[in-house]
Design a protein. Sequence first.
Lengths: 331, 603
Amino acid sequence: MTLPETSETREAVRLTIDGAPVEVRPGATLLEACRQMGTDVPTLCYLETLTPVNVCRICVVEVERNRTLVPACSRIAEEGMVVKTDSDRVRHSRKMILEFLGSSVDLSAAEDEVGEWMRQYQAEPARYGPQSEPTVAGERDRRHPGHHGEVNGRTAEGVHQPTKVDNTLYVRDYSRCILCYKCVEACGIDAQGTYAIAVAGRGFDARISTEMDLPLGDGACVFCGNCIGVCPTGALMFRSEWELRRAELWDPDAQSVTRTVCSYCGVGCNLELHTQDNRIVKVTSPQDHDVTSGHLCIKGRFGYDYVQNLGDVDRSSIDEVLAKARRPAPE
Amino acid sequence: MDLRFTDAQPTAAEREAVESVLGPAGMDSHQRIRTASNLRIFATGMQSVSDRRHLLLPALETVQSEIGWVSEGALMHICRELSVPPAEAWGVATFYSLISVDPSPPVVLHVCDDIVCRRAGALDLMEGLESNGRTPGVRWLPSPCLGQCDRAPAAYIQRAGEEDGVLVSMDPQTRPIGPDGGVISSNGHHPSAAVPQAGEPHLRLLRRVGAVNPRSLDSYLEAGGYRALEAAVEMGPAAVVAEIKASGLRGRGGAAFPAWIKWEAVADSPDPVRYLICNADESEPGTFKDRVLMEDDPFSVIEAMTISGHAIGARQGYLYIRGEYPLATRRLRSAIDQARRAGLLGESTRSGISFDIDLRRGQGAYICGEETALMNSIEGLRGEPRNKPPFPTVSGLFGKPTVINNVETLCNVLDIVTDGGAAFASVGTPQSTGPKLFCLSGSVRRPGTYEVEFGATLGDLIELAGGLPEGRRLRAVLLGGAAGSFVLPDLLEMPLTFEAASEAGVSLGSGVIMAFDQHTDFGDILARIAAFFRDETCGQCVPCRVGTVRVEEALARIRRDPQPGDLELIEDIDLAMRDASICGLGHTAAIALRSALELGLLE
Ligand SMILES: Cc1cc2nc3c(=O)[nH]c(=O)nc-3n(C[C@H](O)[C@H](O)[C@H](O)COP(=O)(O)O)c2cc1C
Ligand code: SF4
Ligand code: SF4
Ligand code: SF4
Ligand code: FES
Ligand code: FES
């Protein structure tokens, strides 16, 4: 019997990171190597459960004898590599990327680390000038590649636009989209296999879109919510969360998370029920769960209303807001 | 994969257009063989499992050219036929500027307002079109450089159901289009006008231009065509690669990479399936040399590709040509046809090898000239560059080892094979061997494609092009295209070799030499360059997608009222784009601007 080739049966790869030697399994990325050493590397478009697309470039590190910086999340470690994760060049590029995103995208609902990195790298998105006016609904979706309007430099152009609310389960606020491709991957080859969304357009006008910018329900979407699960910026959001935020009732500090097993079928998906005021306000699944890798189907993700009857007697304000989430159009 | 389509149906005409590319409708769709290799062609998760996915762009292009735009019905029909998810097909269709997903009039004019044309009257022309109001059935749009800068101003015309064409100005007094959008001068093509040196005895790459009938294989054969292939087959693949190595040939597409390294890597690959690609996307502003070769000597491109395919062990070649080159496309298609019929291309040709060529048309995307974006474009994906490594020689087109070379690079192969690598290497300098084409445009008397031996100076080239017009003084030269840099007349003595350029901190790029005189509004030129990169970035990576926008904004402020903060900002952005972008577009997007600022051209 031949043993399957594992990291034990092949030689480890030795490299130097920030002056310290490290050994990693063959095929490991520089990100893996850094994490193994406890060195922090920021990432935005990278997720363990998705194929690296290496587009955000926040994870860049300096590798000796490479003309440009390289993305740690996808560059495979090679024997003898000399890597710097905190050089001036690295810090400069990370800062600029944070400024580029901060000056063009609404990051107020992004994962907490983003704010920390902004401080750590002293990013100043405001130095590009005041934000441009938001575009009207659908305008960015109709832009033709290779053409753009007058630029006067008085404002910093952004992607701000009205939220797309076209169903009762989740909303798409592309003002918050950093175009990390995670939702596309989760919907397509890496998890769901539905291919309901893709990147459309080109350049600064590139955007996540269904075919012909159709409302989600008219396209291929099966409402598994896996795109919501991977979105790092809150661009994709449970309708319930969105309504609560609008009503200024969203309160993470008042929420608790209960882990349970989905009761719809026998697969055994783990659910995390996020509750506030004893109401389920959203559902996630742990990314490290070996059954789901964080992915669910429509039933586990959204089919929780049977456990909480939002009756019409004794309506608390949260129930009233959650009831709004069940109406097709926002009020 | 359970695909969902909308109910929209194609019209009869759309159906017919699609059928002309994909064959009869319904033919074994949904049941095509799915193999592990095409499940994951490359790692962005955007590929489909359809093995006919690579026909997506040709299908879209055909509907666009026959109908004038791509409707929902046509798109759904193509998706059903190819088993492509509609959202992905939408993503591909909306990537290209020559494809319209909105109802369009039958005639669309793409009027070049890029660097050379805007200084040659394009702005007046556009103003005329604008003030004339709408002409029914005609729409006009501004366009980036159309590769006709020696005959500026120029326009590209799409006509639904008819052949597309290029409109140029044969002399500075004429305008290609009237204010009503009517065609005044169409491509009255005279090789002599394209190549001022035509017929001169020292020419190598250009020697057949004007001398051989580009529509006739016989004419090419009479002029000695296909002797190089014969010699190459006799020598065998390894010997051909050895001659390329001995020749010192370096890529003419911009990166100046030694050709033999790529050829040898693929020739030695353990994978039996390999591809050769001829990069004929030629979209770098100011570049038009490959067009001349393809329009006036198309058989040499085909023969050179065949030799290269033979040398690296590829049975299939792809020629990817920009959509705005209709004449070159027709000539190459005809050349491929004639070569096939004569048994010079295809399964077991009369020379004893098997090699065929598929011509693919780009649809308006400068980024698709970047080698890996080009591969994605052929594969029916969005033209987004891939992260390297892996390099194309390891994992290129369809994940297979691939050699990709520029048209001019490949055309050099003919003489290398017939005369030997050593003879080629004796021309030029030790590090820059052989002949070189340069594209002269702007403030020179005789713009055009010029051939010299490596070693000629910048001043020599400008002299060749007749120098500057009466009363004009040279203020600066844009060397290497929009991705290149500005230089001052103090570099006129610099030999245009890879090594001298690199020593001076500039690049020859694609061979662009654009001359500017004392009357140039550099602010206007720089703004056009900034707009170009912002329009043409694929948008995939943050530094380039947002950086190009921020550069354009900062430049607008500088033009109004320069502040130290904005100059610093441009330096900051440039550094991040050079360091952190995925591909060469981001790496070079702010170079020309920075060089102009450093040289004080804006003052
Ligand atoms: C944005 C961008 C556009 C490019 N466009 C072209 C092109 O139009 N034609 C070309 O031959 N090479 C182009 N290149 C260079 C190719 O990536 C590649 O280096 C070249 O095709 C290799 O051929 P060569 O070695 O024969 O030059 C481009 C590169 C970049 C980054
Ligand atoms: S909910 Fe599921 S099917 Fe719908 S877009 Fe998101 S990932 Fe795709
Ligand atoms: S919607 Fe979210 S997951 Fe999708 S690309 Fe935008 S930021 Fe990324
Ligand atoms: S550098 Fe620009 S063109 Fe290249 S991959 Fe990034 S966004 Fe696309
Ligand atoms: S995390 Fe590596 S490029 Fe985005
Ligand atoms: S054709 Fe107009 S600038 Fe090149």
